[in-house]
Design a protein around this ligand. Structure first.
Ligand code: SAH
Length: 394
C-alpha cells in the first residue's frame, strides 16, 4: 500500500464526504500530514482518524476532489476498473456498439466518480480533457485503460487538456496525441452524419450532451421553418432538416463553425433548404423581422463563476426576449443554458422574465437536461449543468 499524505477534517465537517459529496473545501480541513504538492493523491480522514476517501489535492477553495470512497493503492488496475465500470454503464444504456450512434461520453467527471476528467468517444477515437493537474498526471493510466477496453478498435487518443486546465497548469501542457493519429472523422448520431475534428473544433469536437434534445426537435420539425442560433456544427439544423423542415436558418459568429455546418449540410444532402449566417446571434435576432415556427437558443456559458451570475442573467433575459419575438404564434422555443452556476430554478426565472415582457401566453412543454451519458451523481447535484425548456408560445 502506498503511503499517501493524510488530510484530517475538523469534527462535524465530515458530513458531506460521508454522504459521498466529492469535494473537500478548505474550511473543512483541520490539518494536512505530509506535504502534498498540487495534484498529488491524498487520503481523507475524520478527526478520529477514520479513513473516509481518496482524492487529488489542489490549491483553491476546493482542496480535494475525491475519486474513491474506499481505500485504494491507485494502481494501474484501479483506473482500469473505474473505466470499465463507466463503459459497462454506457453499454447498459445502449450507447456501445450502436449502429445509429457511435459517439458518446465515456467519462463524465463527478458523474462517473472521476472529478476533473472528461473522455468523449468518437467512433474509434477517444478525446481526453482533464480539468485538474491531478487527473492530467494519470494520463498514462488512462491510455492503458482505454486500450484494455477498446482493444484493436481504438485508433487514436487525443489529449486536449490545455484549454480546460487552470491558466497556471495550462502553461506546461500541450495538446497532442497519446496514441495513434487521426484528426477528423465522420460520426453518426441518431443516423445523421457529422464531421468532427477534435484538434481544431470547440470542446472535444462536438456537443454530445444535446443528443436527446436534438431528437426531440426532429419530431416537431415537419413542414416547419426553423431558426437555429449558436449553431456550431449545425447539429440542431441537421436534425430539423432530416425531420422535414421546409427551411432552416443557422447563425453562428465563428467562421469555422459556419464552414463546418456547411460541410455537414452537404454530407447529409440537405444544402438546398438551409441558409447560414456568420453573424452575432444577438444582432441577428434584433435585426430580423422574420417569424419562425421553431427557434433554438443554445448559447455558450454566459457565467463561468458565481461572480458573473448577475451579468449572465441579464444576457439570458435579453437573448430570450429577442428569441421569443421571432416565434410565430403557436410556435416553439427551444432555449438552453449550459452555465453550471445558473441552476434550473434561476434559468426558469430568467425565461419567465423574458416571457412576461412579451405579454404572450407561454407554456412549458418539456424541461430538458443533458443526455444519459452525462449522468449526474445524485450526491453531486452541481453536475447538472445543461438546462433546457421547450416553450409553446401563442
Ligand atoms: N448548438 C450547438 C452548440 C453551441 S456552442 C450544438 O448543438 O452543437 C455555442 C456556439 O455559439 C459556438 O459555436 C460559438 O461559436 C457560438 N457563439 C458564441 N458567441 C456567439 C455570438 N455572440 N453570436 C453567435 N454565435 C456565437
Amino acid at each position: 500500500m502506498n503511503n499517501f499524505p493524510k488530510v484530517h477534517l475538523h469534527a462535524k465537517k465530515d458530513r458531506a464526504v460521508r454522504l459521498f459529496h466529492p469535494w473537500i473545501f478548505s474550511g473543512a480541513i483541520q490539518n494536512v500530514e505530509g506535504n502534498p504538492a498540487e495534484g498529488d493523491i491524498v487520503e481523507i480522514y475524520s478527526q478520529e482518524n477514520e479513513y473516509l476517501a481518496t482524492g487529488h489535492f489542489h490549491e483553491g477553495s476546493i482542496k480535494v476532489r475525491i475519486f474513491s470512497f474506499s481505500k485504494t493503492d491507485c494502481s494501474e488496475n484501479f483506473w482500469i476498473e473505474k473505466f470499465k465500470k463507466a463503459y459497462e454503464n454506457r453499454k447498459r444504456i445502449g450507447l456501445v456498439d450502436n449502429a445509429s450512434t457511435n459517439v458518446y461520453r465515456l467519462i463524465h467527471a463527478e458523474g462517473d466518480g472521476l472529478p476533473g476528467l472528461i473522455i468523449d468517444i468518437y467512433d474509434t477515437v477517444a478525446v481526453i480533457q482533464t480539468h485538474t493537474i491531478g487527473m492530467h498526471n494519470q494520463k498514462a493510466n488512462f491510455v492503458n485503460a482505454l486500450k484494455e477496453i477498446y482493444g484493436s478498435k481504438l485508433e487514436a487518443i487525443f489529449d486536449k487538456s490545455s484549454e480546460t486546465m487552470s491558466k497556471q497548469s495550462a502553461k506546461t501542457i500541450e495538446n497532442g496525441f497519446l496514441f495513434g493519429h487521426l484528426e477528423e472523422t465522420i460520426i453518426t448520431e441518431n443516423d445523421i452524419k457529422f464531421y468532427v475534428n477534435w484538434v481544431e473544433g470547440q470542446k472535444t469536437g462536438f456537443f454530445i450532451d444535446q443528443r436527446e434534445n436534438r431528437k426531440l426537435l426532429l419530431n416537431y420539425s415537419k413542414n416547419k421553418k426553423v431558426l437555429n442560433t449558436f449553431s456550431y456544427s449545425g447539429a440542431f439544423s441537421m436534425y430539423s432538416l432530416v425531420g422535414g423542415a421546409t427551411e432552416v436558418h443557422s447563425v453562428d459568429s465563428s467562421k469555422r463553425a459556419v464552414e463546418l455546418a456547411v460541410r455537414n449540410a452537404e454530407l447529409n444532402n440537405h444544402s438546398s433548404n438551409h441558409q447560414f449566417f456568420k453573424e452575432d446571434a444577438f444582432d441577428f435576432l434584433k435585426k430580423s423581422e422574420e417569424l419562425y415556427d421553431i427557434v433554438i437558443l443554445d448559447p455558450p456559458a454566459f457565467a463561468k463563476h458565481l461572480s458573473s451570475v448577475d451579468k449572465a442573467m441579464i444576457g439570458y433575459r435579453n437573448l430570450n426576449t429577442d428569441g421569443i419575438k421571432r416565434v410565430a404564434p403557436g410556435g416553439l422555443l427551444f432555449t438552453f443554458s449550459c452555465s453550471q452556476v445558473i441552476d434550473k430554478i434561476l434559468f426558469r426565472k430568467v425565461v419567465f422574465q423574458a416571457a412576461a415582457q412579451s405579454r404572450r401566453n407561454v407554456r412549458i412543454l418539456y424541461q430538458l437536461s443533458q443526455g444519459p451519458d452525462h449522468a449526474i451523481s445524485l450526491y453531486h447535484p452541481e453536475g447538472e449543468y445543461l438546462k433546457g425548456l421547450v416553450l409553446q408560445i401563442d
